[in-house]
Ligand binder design. Structure first.
Ligand code: ADP
Ligand code: MG
Length: 249
């Protein structure tokens, strides 16, 4: 196996197309996310943002084009795919924690199973991560005993436990009560400041303005704009972006 070149972008998509039956949901997608960059993906509902995220860790297969993580093409199956999934952390709108496991066990599970980490080390790492996201005191509880914001922070800790190279967030705060949104965004902002490579689908424009290096605007399966936040918010080029911003700001 070849070592990935360190200057390769962390995520690279070249001419990616994806169909659901007749529906063309990703149209000639070209995007690169360099190491350490935070890219926020904006766009109306149905524009293909979730499909884009899901294609990056192969939860959705693509029909044509190329996707590389850290210089290596996405594997289709087997052990390589499990390793890829470990390298690409994902946090969803619905927290997707295992309901019948404690928060601590949720965070320890994959490192032990996939990374073959020894129990004591996995526990130590998990507790450190729960500390970092501010819920170490909830470690022995079950997901249903936590607030939505706490559950989402647990989901972030669980993804980080795999020591991912890149984190994907798909509307991580959309299911939360308003008073809990900031506690999750704060954790994400800290991660961004620490240099994590992140692709974040969100409608939180404050996060996009403050934490993103780049904003990618999607409409109808296409990347319509790809620019720095100040430029995107002050002078969007396309009518579709102007229309979108007009509705949400
Ligand atoms: P977004 O996240 O921007 O709202 P999605 O990626 O979820 O958009 O969806 C893009 C398009 O693909 C939508 O038209 C949606 O209805 C369709 N779609 C998403 N998932 C599926 C699926 N599993 N089967 C068929 N169509 C789907
Ligand atoms: Mg979506």
């Amino acid at each position: 196996m070849t070592e990935a070149a360190t200057d390769a972008p962390m995520i690279r998509m070249v001419e990616v197309d994806k169909f659901f039956g007749q529906l063309h949901v990703l149209k000639n997608i070209n995007i690169e996310v360099p190491r350490g960059q935070v890219v926020v993906v904006l766009g109306p509902s149905g524009s293909g943002k979730s499909t884009l995220c899901r294609s990056i860790n192969r939860l959705e297969p693509i029909n044509s084009g190329l996707i590389e993580i850290d210089g290596k093409p996405l594997p289709a199956e087997g052990k390589e795919l499990a390793t890829l999934r470990a390298d690409v952390g994902m946090v969803f709108q619905s927290f997707n924690l295992f309901a019948h496991k404690t928060i601590l066990d949720n965070v320890m599970l994959a490192p032990v199973k996939v990374r073959k980490m020894a129990q004591p080390e996995a526990k130590r790492t998990a507790m450190e991560l729960l500390e970092r996201v501010g819920i170490a005191n909830q470690a022995q509880k079950y997901p249903a005993q936590l607030s939505g914001g706490q559950q989402q922070r647990a989901a972030i800790a669980r993804a980080l436990a795999m020591k991912p190279k890149v984190m994907l967030f798909d509307e991580p705060t959309s299911a939360l009560d308003p008073e809990m949104i900031n506690e999750v965004l704060d954790v994400m902002t800290t991660l961004a400041e620490e240099g994590m490579t992140m692709l974040v689908v969100t409608h939180e424009m404050g996060f996009a303005r403050n934490a993103a290096h780049r904003v990618v605007f999607m409409a109808d399966g296409e990347i319509v704009e790809d620019s720095v936040p100040t430029e995107f918010f002050s002078a969007p080029k396309s009518n579709r972006a102007k229309d979108f911003l007009g509705k949400i700001l």
